[in-house]
Design a protein around this ligand. Structure first.
Ligand code: ADQ
Length: 516
């Protein structure tokens, strides 16, 4: 229930991905909480408020719907986490069963070959197939049906997979409060009009009472699109849109991470053990710096540009040979799409090439890790990196940059004293890592200039910036990390959630569909 001045209202959260991975061992369902920071944050909210979560019945985008169970699952208190003995009430997970045809055309098709590239200003990967848009409509209609069946007062839609669902729900529930958070950038009108369904999508989103973005810039682009493409909508100076006799609010709210939890994870035994295993497995020399990249293998993340910059760095700076190891932590993603399969091959080829051209008998310049890690193991990588590089060509926010900062932790004020008191041996942890950050990610707005800003397309300047980060002295690292840390803490996941809950609980309901 969402509390507001008018009493408790029931909440429905809607996302493409479901918050839990369900496994059926010996016919018995077991529930597992996925590692993702955002999902567990949202899960915390719905667990506390109660209500319903509507999602595609797969925790795994590559799953086989033919064997997936459909229907509703009651998540009792603490169902997903056996350590959470005194959890508040659970909630209902209402699973949308998407047939294979829809998975291909709605998820791999329209969502990820039309909307994803357009929102990231990438025209080349956009593929317009006649099957895609009808499947997107059909899937959004299914999500909307599940929402309406849950009889909500307040609905919270997540992301770009669900642009039409709010319009469909609005048809059935003119009285409900509908809010959507758009996790990717919103492009300019010149770019958005590549989308053949531009107007239909905008109308769908205007079914909401409020639409949120990470940055004011994205919200402004959205309003510009509405002003240009929806003739019967009026964009007000206040940032609100008048449409269909209702007022639609647009707002900016940068998402963050659970900084305390990441810091704690980074100090955990699991983090240390995982890092030790990585050091062993790849024979990493403690005298060499570690440069880290952590990405889904998505062309928007600028991994190829980063590897080009590293190659350029080694070509133009022979003195750096043997001085660092680049560790790429990758996760394969959306492998049903040819452009992603090609990207995976390209990343692997570039890494092999880097090692072939620049490697020596006792030095491998770049290593690729694809382990299935949990949050603590991932934090172990962040913690031990001397330089982290986030070089997205475009990214709504980018949580990897913020997690890296949060994992650096506070340096020990007095290393000797800490050691004497049995607080462990403070080694390289005491000198924080440096962050190289693309100017094209949402996180750059709050993290630069404390992070070294790069244009990932400008390979030689990018290489120079990595060199600068490697050479950065201890004092500068500390100063920059102090500033980064306070930015990450100030806009953490709790701050983001508090804003969303305020928007969800706002008193102003959707007015009936007339203006007088
Ligand atoms: P993503 O594009 O998935 O999210 P990002 O925010 O960088 O991008 O990462 C999400 C999570 O995935 C992070 O918490 C990170 O720990 C994890 N992750 C990424 N690569 C990983 C790897 N190789 N191994 C293990 N874990 C990995 C979208 C938008 C972003 C926006 C988020 C949240 O594209 O811009 O920040 O949603 O709104």
């Amino acid at each position: 229930m969402i509390d507001d001045a008018s009493g408790d209202r029931s909440l429905v959260v809607v996302s493409n991905r479901e918050p839990y991975v369900h496994e059926y061992a010996d016919g018995e369902p077991t529930v597992e909480r996925p590692a993702g920071g955002l999902v567990s944050a949202l899960d915390g909210v719905v667990t506390e408020t109660g209500g319903t979560w509507v999602a595609w019945g797969s925790g795994d985008a590559d799953f086989d719907p033919a064997v997936a169970p459909d229907g509703e699952i009651e998540l009792p208190p603490g169902a997903a986490d056996s350590t959470a003995a005194d959890d508040p009430p659970g909630y209902t997970l209402s699973r949308v069963d998407l047939p294979r045809r829809l998975v291909e055309n709605y998820y791999y098709g329209y969502s990820n070959q039309v909307l994803w590239p357009i929102c990231h200003l990438e025209a080349d990967p956009v593929t317009v197939d006649p099957e895609f848009a009808p499947a997107y409509r059909e899937a959004n209609r299914l999500f909307a049906d599940h929402v309406v069946a849950a009889d909500p007062d307040v609905v919270w839609f997540q992301d770009y997979h669900l642009a039409l669902a709010p319009g469909y729900v609005r048809e059935e529930r003119p009285d409900a409060r509908l809010v959507q958070f758009w996790h990717v950038p919103w492009p300019t009108p010149e770019f958005f009009e590549i989308c053949p369904q531009a107007v239909e999508l905008l109308r769908g989103l205007l079914g909401n009472d409020a639409v949120g973005f990470h940055l004011e810039r994205y919200a402004a682009n959205f309003r510009d699109c509405v002003a240009q493409f929806v003739p019967d909508a009026a964009v007000m100076e206040s940032g609100e849109v008048r449409y269909d006799g209702r007022t639609v609010e647009t707002y900016a709210s940068p998402i963050g991470v659970d900084a305390d939890r990441v810091a704690e994870n980074a100090r955990s035994d699991a983090a240390r053990h995982y890092w030790d295993r990585v050091v062993d497995r790849y024979d990493l020399d403690p005298n060499r710096s570690v440069v880290l990249g952590v990405d889904r293998l998505d062309y928007t993340k600028g991994i190829v540009e980063r590897l080009d910059a590293l190659a350029h760095l080694l070509e133009t700076n022979p003195d750096l040979a043997g001085e660092f190891t680049y560790v790429q932590k990758g996760t394969r993603t959306r492998e049903g799409i040819p452009a992603y399969r090609r990207y995976y091959d390209e990343v692997r080829d570039r890494i092999a090439e880097l090692d072939r051209v620049h490697g020596t008998a006792d030095w491998t310049p770049a290593v690729y890790i694809e382990d299935d890690v949990d949050d603590r193991e991932l934090a172990g990588l962040y913690r031990n990196a001397d330089v982290a590089v986030v070089s997205s060509r475009r990214d709504g926010m980018n949580l990897v940059a913020k997690e890296f900062v949060a994992a650096q932790g506070r340096p020990f004020p007095n290393a000797g004293l800490a050691q004497a008191r049995g607080l462990g041996t403070p080694t390289r942890d005491r000198v924080p890592g440096a962050l190289v950050l693309s100017q094209f990610v949402g996180a750059a707005e709050s993290l630069c200039p404390a992070a070294l800003s790069v244009n990932p397309y400008d390979v030689s300047t990018f290489a120079g910036t990595i060199r600068e980060a490697l050479a950065m002295g201890e004092n500068e690292r500390r100063d920059r990390m102090d500033s980064l840390r306070s930015s990450v803490r100030e806009a953490d996941i709790d701050a983001w959630l508090a804003t969303q809950l305020d928007v969800l609980a706002a008193d102003e309901r959707a007015a009936p569909a007339n203006d007088d």
